[in-house]
Design a protein around this ligand. Structure first.
Ligand SMILES: [Zn+2]
Length: 276
């Protein structure tokens, strides 16, 4: 039953995403799923593939389903089907300027062949230079995009697998509230993370309430921000508090996922007040 719920949800998003892709492509004249980074990394296809299978994310969370390997395979299949459906919808709805329908003139296979080989490859980020018909290269490009869709389907599975669950009952946690510290030095941040990791409840409360004295840190120097998130279990109401670090190295802000820490609170204990 759970597999079916996931499958139906994915089928819905697959159709919605395919329809949206076709409509948007007609409007802006550029197919988002063909977008690639450095000509070969099919970033657009990965995104659209993930969106196609994204119904599984919503259903898994809502119905509290843990996807299995079978579901993972289905996610990959659905993502691939999204690409096929996009071509098919394009084919069935394409009307030439003189009013003739493409579907009345050629079969689907010939249409795809035509689209792939006669497409004009655009160099640069969509706008730039037209480098002419792509010919047989079109199949190679479509092959890369197809792989992108498969990766998108697999990524959906790993995204669901990575969602935090309640240690008591296994339900997916919901993020309820969030709170950020002021700008901290690296020393302060690492001390806070250490105390947050190892301290008892009082220490954790103290750390979350602490704030540095008013001061100005060097604009271009190293500094860090810590965000505390309150997560709650929708079923047994157990709370989890997490801390994640965002660091500035002098040039740019970056998340530091290795420092992300999670504290599971005992059932009945709440740190909601800390987020007021
Ligand atoms: Zn729970």
């Amino acid at each position: 039953m759970k597999h079916i719920i996931l499958l139906i949800s994915m089928a819905i998003t697959c159709v919605l995403v395919a329809v949206a892709n076709v409509i948007i492509t007609r409007i802006i004249g550029l197919n988002f799923f063909t977008f690639k980074l450095w000509f070969v990394v099919p970033a657009g296809a990965v995104c659209v593939g993930m969106l196609g299978a994204s119904g599984a994310i919503l259903a898994a969370r809502y119905f509290n389903i843990r996807p299995t390997v079978v579901d993972a395979i289905l996610m990959v299949v659905i993502a691939a089907a999204t690409m096929g459906l996009i071509y098919f919808l394009d084919y069935t709805t394409f009307v030439l300027d003189d009013g003739r329908k493409v579907a009345d003139l050629i079969d689907f296979g010939s249409y795809v062949d035509l689209v792939l080989t006669k497409a004009h490859m655009r160099v640069g980020r969509g706008a730039g230079v037209d480098s002419g018909e792509v010919g047989q290269m079109g199949y190679a490009l479509a092959g890369i995009e197809f792989v992108g869709f498969l990766i998108g389907g697999a990524a959906t599975f790993f995204l669901i697998k990575g969602l935090w669950r309640c240690a008591e009952c296994g339900s997916y946690l919901r993020k309820l509230k969030t709170k950020k510290t002021k700008e901290l030095t690296f020393d302060e941040a690492s001390k806070i993370i250490d105390l947050f990791k190892a301290g008892n409840l009082e220490t954790v409360q103290g750390v979350m309430a602490w704030s540095p004295a008013v001061r100005t840190l060097d604009r271009n120097g190293q500094k860090a921000l810590i965000s505390f998130d309150l997560h709650g279990c929708p079923k047994c109401k157990t709370e989890v508090v997490s801390a994640k670090v965002n660091a500035f190295n002098g040039k740019e802000w970056k998340d530091v996922p290795a420092l992300t820490t999670r504290r599971d609170l005992l059932s009945g204990v709440s740190l909601r007040d800390q987020f007021a």
